[in-house]
Design a protein around this ligand. Structure first.
Ligand SMILES: *Cc1c(COP(=O)(O)O)cnc(C)c1O
Length: 370
């Protein structure tokens, strides 16, 4: 068997006819930037997120950068976040002119540990960026309590978590704003790069709209420094075709996750730590990530057996070479560093078959029982 991490071909075949019509409509209209498709997607995603505004932009990394700038975070400010995330979380903080301050994670959820946030707050702290890693929300109740006490902006990096819930609320209902990525591999993926900021804050929303078009307002007059970061009509048309299926896909992901967890617990017991959905959370399983010993050997063995796996993420941000001037060293964030050595993500997509999952678990068992 050959099982990839993600296979988008079946999804495309199912949507092909509708997709080609939607793309043809854009090309026939000759309207390619910020037209009706973007407006519709922004309105639909905002409604889905239970907030007033959706602002499409070039990608999920820009969404974080734009949201920070729109909320007044920049030069001289410190932004508290997690180091166990994709590079863009930290990179966007630096691009916005601010300094990332990395806080350790809760080893159970892989998300920022709220109990460790307050000790990192200084008089320069301006914002917190929790990341909802793998599709499970961070502890937003606690994080927003801390933010309110210290008057901090909260921008949720929800690149992996569109559709996730925390105590019945969406990721956008907590904090100042949340950001989505529509990178092709995300739960709602475009056929190229795209992203969005969602917020209930009218002023932040208006700032985002201005920043994504070079800071131009009125047209050709610039009071703030913006850049070119727009979601284009072709990508919005793709996303409009896919969006109505998102909840069904999230459900299927949860079903696949339950199958993995059942099989792994039954056949491997303590040898594999399966993902934990914290009480009150609705996890959308962007990734199904387990923790194991001999992780790299397991990955190599599975590769030989035709099973692709991925390490998200092998080197935490606080010890990335590009951030060496921040002064962190190995040992500063023990739970983060431990997770980076033990975590491995298994193939996960809505069309994954039960036989494929059985094969993967059988091979993991073969590896540990050898
Ligand atoms: C994908 C991702 C991003 C960046 O999104 P792009 O659209 O690729 O720029 C940011 N943060 C996290 C956690 C991500 O997974």
């Amino acid at each position: 068997m050959n099982i990839p991490m993600l296979d988008l071909s079946e999804q495309y075949q199912a949507l092909k006819e509708e997709m080609l019509v939607a793309l043809d409509q854009v090309m026939s209209s000759s309207r390619f930037i910020l037209g009706d498709n973007v407006k519709k997607l922004e309105a639909d995603v905002a409604e889905y997120s239970h907030v007033a505004h959706g602002i499409g932009c070039g990608n999920g990394s820009d969404a974080i950068h734009i949201a920070l700038q729109a909320a007044g975070v920049g030069s001289g400010d410190e932004v508290i976040t997690t180091a166990f995330t994709f590079f863009a979380t930290g990179g966007s903080i630096v691009r916005a002119g601010a300094t990332p301050v990395y806080v350790d994670i809760d080893p159970v959820t892989f998300n920022i540990d709220p109990a460790k946030i307050e000790e990192s707050i200084t008089d320069k702290t301006k914002a917190i960026i929790p990341v909802h890693l793998y599709g499970q929300t961070a502890d937003m109740e606690e994080i927003c309590k801390i933010a309110a006490k210290h008057n901090l902006v909260v921008i949720g990096d929800a690149a992996q978590a569109i559709g996730a819930k925390h105590h019945g609320k969406t990721v956008a209902e907590y904090g100042t704003a949340a950001t989505y990525s529509f990178f092709p591999t995300k739960n709602l993926g475009a056929y190229g790069d795209a992203g969005m900021i969602v917020t209930n804050n009218d002023e932040v929303a208006e700032n985002c709209r201005v920043i994504r078009v070079h800071g131009s307002k009125p047209k050709y007059y610039h009071h703030v420094l913006g850049y070119n970061s727009r979601l284009d009509e072709l990508q919005a048309a793709v996303l409009n075709v896919k969006f109505p299926h998102l909840n069904k896909w999230s459900k299927l992901r949860r079903e696949k996750a339950a199958v993995y967890t059942h099989l792994l617990n039954e056949q491997l017991g303590d040898l594999v730590k399966t993902p934990v959905e914290k009480e009150g959370n609705y996890h959308v399983f962007h990734q199904y990530t387990i923790r194991v010993e001999k992780r790299d050997e397991l990955q190599a063995f599975l590769k030989e057996q035709g099973v692709q796996t991925m390490i998200y993420y092998p080197l935490p941000l606080h010890i990335q070479p590009v951030f060496k001037d921040l002064g962190y060293k190995e040992g500063d964030l023990p739970e983060t560093e431990k997770a980076a050595k033990e975590a491995v993500s298994l193939p996960m997509f809505p069309e994954l078959k039960q036989e494929q999952q059985e094969y993967i678990v059988a091979k993991i068992k073969e590896f540990y029982k050898k």
